[in-house]
Design a protein around this ligand. Sequence first.
Ligand SMILES: [Zn+2]
Length: 168
Amino acid sequence: MEVTGTEACPTDVEVAGTEACPTVMMKFVADVMLGRLVRLMRFSGYDVEYDRNAADEMLLRRSRYRMLLTKDRSLAERAQKYKVYLVKTSGGEHQLAEIKKEFPLRLECSATRCLVCNRKIRAIRKSRVEHLVPPFVFRKYDTFYFCRQCRRVYWQGTHFERMSRVIK
Ligand SMILES: [Zn+2]
């Protein structure tokens, strides 16, 4: 997936789908060692909080509200009274497979999320991104997505295809 940040804001973004997911959908927060997994999970539609500067105390606080994913056994023990899952495998792809098995995603929640800020991204009409993406990208692709939170535009470039293969 290609991504570009921009200050320019399309004024009326076309809204596809809805933000409303069943409230039962599990939300996650991941420790700093799981950056690759976080991107793959967001791409698959999981709601994952991630801050590469997050201290253990902050992660513990967040684990009251979200399932904490960690590779750190001692952190997992400290989080025991809340929600915590100790990731067993290594490498983003293996970890994603592990998570999918452990916490299957409900189909209606599987819209792609922004890889940077975790918000759901929405389809945006091609004509609205002409001034936001490089000309060769505009010519080559027809499907674009927009993150209203951080104003990034995504399109189905080679990275997108590679990640799609990974998460299947
Ligand atoms: Zn974003």
